[in-house]
Ligand binder design. Structure first.
Ligand SMILES: Cc1cc2nc3c(=O)[nH]c(=O)nc-3n(C[C@H](O)[C@H](O)[C@H](O)COP(=O)(O)O)c2cc1C
Length: 177
Protein backbone atom coordinates (compact mmCIF):
# COMPACT_ATOMS: atom_id res chain seq x y z
CA UNK A 1 0.00 0.00 0.00
CA UNK A 2 1.30 3.48 -0.90
CA UNK A 3 2.11 5.60 2.15
CA UNK A 4 1.50 9.33 1.80
CA UNK A 5 2.75 11.89 4.32
CA UNK A 6 0.51 14.96 4.48
CA UNK A 7 1.68 18.37 5.68
CA UNK A 8 -0.84 21.15 6.17
CA UNK A 9 0.59 24.67 6.26
CA UNK A 10 -2.24 25.81 8.53
CA UNK A 11 -2.84 24.83 12.15
CA UNK A 12 -6.27 26.53 12.14
CA UNK A 13 -9.25 24.40 13.22
CA UNK A 14 -11.46 23.89 10.13
CA UNK A 15 -8.55 24.81 7.88
CA UNK A 16 -9.47 24.80 4.20
CA UNK A 17 -6.04 23.36 3.45
CA UNK A 18 -6.64 20.52 5.84
CA UNK A 19 -9.91 19.85 4.01
CA UNK A 20 -8.09 19.98 0.68
CA UNK A 21 -5.53 17.41 1.84
CA UNK A 22 -8.32 15.03 2.81
CA UNK A 23 -10.24 15.68 -0.39
CA UNK A 24 -7.15 15.02 -2.56
CA UNK A 25 -6.48 11.75 -0.76
CA UNK A 26 -10.16 10.68 -0.91
CA UNK A 27 -10.55 11.60 -4.59
CA UNK A 28 -7.17 10.52 -5.86
CA UNK A 29 -5.75 7.67 -3.84
CA UNK A 30 -8.32 6.30 -1.35
CA UNK A 31 -6.52 2.95 -1.31
CA UNK A 32 -3.35 4.60 0.01
CA UNK A 33 -2.53 5.44 3.62
CA UNK A 34 -2.51 9.15 4.55
CA UNK A 35 -0.40 10.12 7.56
CA UNK A 36 -1.11 13.71 8.53
CA UNK A 37 1.98 15.08 10.19
CA UNK A 38 1.57 17.16 13.35
CA UNK A 39 4.31 19.80 13.37
CA UNK A 40 2.62 22.19 15.82
CA UNK A 41 5.27 21.60 18.52
CA UNK A 42 8.26 22.66 16.41
CA UNK A 43 10.00 25.70 17.88
CA UNK A 44 11.53 28.58 15.97
CA UNK A 45 14.69 27.63 14.13
CA UNK A 46 17.89 28.31 15.99
CA UNK A 47 21.18 26.99 14.67
CA UNK A 48 22.63 26.78 18.18
CA UNK A 49 20.16 24.03 19.21
CA UNK A 50 20.14 20.39 18.22
CA UNK A 51 17.11 19.22 16.25
CA UNK A 52 14.42 18.07 18.68
CA UNK A 53 13.22 14.48 18.96
CA UNK A 54 9.86 15.69 17.54
CA UNK A 55 11.63 16.99 14.45
CA UNK A 56 13.56 13.74 14.02
CA UNK A 57 10.27 11.84 14.29
CA UNK A 58 8.69 14.05 11.61
CA UNK A 59 11.71 13.52 9.35
CA UNK A 60 11.43 9.74 9.87
CA UNK A 61 7.72 9.81 9.02
CA UNK A 62 8.48 11.67 5.78
CA UNK A 63 11.41 9.36 4.95
CA UNK A 64 9.36 6.18 5.22
CA UNK A 65 6.54 7.62 3.09
CA UNK A 66 6.34 6.96 -0.63
CA UNK A 67 5.04 10.44 -1.37
CA UNK A 68 4.53 13.84 0.21
CA UNK A 69 1.36 15.91 -0.11
CA UNK A 70 1.57 19.51 1.06
CA UNK A 71 -1.35 21.90 1.20
CA UNK A 72 -0.73 25.41 2.45
CA UNK A 73 -2.39 28.77 2.66
CA UNK A 74 -0.67 31.88 1.38
CA UNK A 75 0.29 34.43 4.04
CA UNK A 76 1.27 37.87 2.82
CA UNK A 77 1.92 36.52 -0.67
CA UNK A 78 4.26 33.78 0.52
CA UNK A 79 4.81 30.59 2.56
CA UNK A 80 3.33 30.73 6.10
CA UNK A 81 6.16 31.20 8.61
CA UNK A 82 5.34 28.00 10.52
CA UNK A 83 5.67 25.82 7.43
CA UNK A 84 8.87 27.59 6.31
CA UNK A 85 10.25 27.12 9.82
CA UNK A 86 9.56 23.37 9.64
CA UNK A 87 11.30 23.19 6.25
CA UNK A 88 14.28 25.16 7.57
CA UNK A 89 14.67 22.65 10.42
CA UNK A 90 14.38 19.70 8.04
CA UNK A 91 17.07 21.24 5.84
CA UNK A 92 19.79 21.00 8.51
CA UNK A 93 19.43 17.27 9.19
CA UNK A 94 22.32 15.07 8.06
CA UNK A 95 19.92 13.15 5.81
CA UNK A 96 17.46 15.07 3.66
CA UNK A 97 14.06 13.36 4.19
CA UNK A 98 12.60 15.04 1.07
CA UNK A 99 15.40 14.02 -1.33
CA UNK A 100 13.79 12.59 -4.50
CA UNK A 101 10.46 12.38 -2.64
CA UNK A 102 7.46 12.44 -5.01
CA UNK A 103 5.73 15.62 -3.87
CA UNK A 104 2.54 17.44 -4.76
CA UNK A 105 2.13 21.08 -3.74
CA UNK A 106 -1.43 22.33 -3.26
CA UNK A 107 -2.92 25.44 -1.73
CA UNK A 108 -6.31 26.86 -0.81
CA UNK A 109 -7.18 30.45 -0.08
CA UNK A 110 -10.32 32.34 0.79
CA UNK A 111 -9.12 34.93 -1.73
CA UNK A 112 -9.31 35.13 -5.51
CA UNK A 113 -5.85 33.87 -6.50
CA UNK A 114 -5.87 30.60 -4.58
CA UNK A 115 -2.24 30.74 -3.28
CA UNK A 116 -0.84 31.46 -6.77
CA UNK A 117 1.74 33.83 -5.27
CA UNK A 118 2.82 31.43 -2.52
CA UNK A 119 3.24 28.31 -4.64
CA UNK A 120 6.30 29.39 -6.67
CA UNK A 121 8.07 30.19 -3.38
CA UNK A 122 7.26 26.76 -1.93
CA UNK A 123 8.25 25.12 -5.24
CA UNK A 124 11.57 26.92 -5.10
CA UNK A 125 12.31 25.76 -1.52
CA UNK A 126 11.34 22.17 -2.34
CA UNK A 127 13.50 22.27 -5.48
CA UNK A 128 16.41 23.16 -3.19
CA UNK A 129 15.53 19.98 -1.20
CA UNK A 130 15.64 18.07 -4.54
CA UNK A 131 12.06 16.86 -4.13
CA UNK A 132 10.54 15.12 -7.15
CA UNK A 133 7.79 17.65 -7.76
CA UNK A 134 4.56 17.22 -9.71
CA UNK A 135 4.79 20.02 -12.28
CA UNK A 136 1.20 20.01 -13.45
CA UNK A 137 -1.69 20.26 -12.98
CA UNK A 138 -1.32 23.03 -10.42
CA UNK A 139 -3.78 22.85 -7.53
CA UNK A 140 -4.53 26.42 -6.45
CA UNK A 141 -8.02 26.63 -4.98
CA UNK A 142 -9.64 30.05 -4.55
CA UNK A 143 -12.83 31.20 -2.81
CA UNK A 144 -12.81 28.25 -0.43
CA UNK A 145 -16.18 29.12 1.12
CA UNK A 146 -17.80 28.05 -2.18
CA UNK A 147 -15.76 24.88 -2.57
CA UNK A 148 -16.41 23.09 0.73
CA UNK A 149 -19.74 22.68 2.48
CA UNK A 150 -20.05 23.64 6.18
CA UNK A 151 -19.09 20.10 7.24
CA UNK A 152 -15.87 20.36 5.19
CA UNK A 153 -16.80 18.13 2.26
CA UNK A 154 -15.76 19.13 -1.25
CA UNK A 155 -18.78 20.18 -3.32
CA UNK A 156 -17.17 21.27 -6.60
CA UNK A 157 -17.00 18.53 -9.28
CA UNK A 158 -14.37 20.39 -11.35
CA UNK A 159 -12.06 20.49 -8.34
CA UNK A 160 -12.75 16.81 -7.66
CA UNK A 161 -11.57 16.12 -11.18
CA UNK A 162 -8.49 18.33 -10.78
CA UNK A 163 -7.54 16.53 -7.56
CA UNK A 164 -7.91 13.14 -9.26
CA UNK A 165 -5.56 14.27 -12.05
CA UNK A 166 -3.01 15.79 -9.68
CA UNK A 167 -2.97 12.73 -7.42
CA UNK A 168 -2.58 10.45 -10.46
CA UNK A 169 0.52 12.47 -11.41
CA UNK A 170 1.86 12.13 -7.86
CA UNK A 171 1.32 8.36 -7.80
CA UNK A 172 3.09 8.08 -11.21
CA UNK A 173 6.23 9.48 -9.58
CA UNK A 174 6.28 6.71 -6.93
CA UNK A 175 8.76 4.02 -8.05
CA UNK A 176 7.17 0.58 -8.45
CA UNK A 177 8.14 -1.62 -5.51
C1 LIG B 1 -1.57 36.42 8.33
C2 LIG B 1 -2.42 36.11 7.13
C3 LIG B 1 -2.02 36.54 5.88
C4 LIG B 1 -2.78 36.22 4.76
N1 LIG B 1 -2.32 36.58 3.52
C5 LIG B 1 -2.99 36.14 2.42
C6 LIG B 1 -2.45 36.36 1.12
O1 LIG B 1 -1.39 36.93 0.94
N2 LIG B 1 -3.14 35.85 0.08
C7 LIG B 1 -4.33 35.17 0.22
O2 LIG B 1 -4.91 34.74 -0.77
N3 LIG B 1 -4.86 34.97 1.43
C8 LIG B 1 -4.22 35.42 2.54
N4 LIG B 1 -4.73 35.16 3.78
C9 LIG B 1 -6.04 34.49 3.90
C10 LIG B 1 -5.87 32.99 3.85
O3 LIG B 1 -5.70 32.58 2.53
C11 LIG B 1 -7.10 32.32 4.40
O4 LIG B 1 -7.23 32.68 5.75
C12 LIG B 1 -7.05 30.81 4.23
O5 LIG B 1 -8.30 30.26 4.35
C13 LIG B 1 -6.18 30.20 5.28
O6 LIG B 1 -6.08 28.81 5.07
P1 LIG B 1 -6.67 27.78 6.10
O7 LIG B 1 -8.17 27.85 5.99
O8 LIG B 1 -6.13 26.45 5.63
O9 LIG B 1 -6.20 28.18 7.45
C14 LIG B 1 -4.00 35.50 4.91
C15 LIG B 1 -4.40 35.08 6.19
C16 LIG B 1 -3.63 35.39 7.28
C17 LIG B 1 -4.06 34.89 8.65
Amino acid sequence: MIKIAGICGSLRPNSANHRLLHAAWKQGAPESELNLIDWSMIKIFDDQSAPSSDLLEIAAQISISDALLISSPEYNWSIPGGLKNLLDWLSVLPQNPILNKPTLIMGASSGRLGTARMQPHLRSVLTHFKADLVSHPEVAISNTSEVFDPSGDLIDPEIENLLKQAMAELIKLVPAS
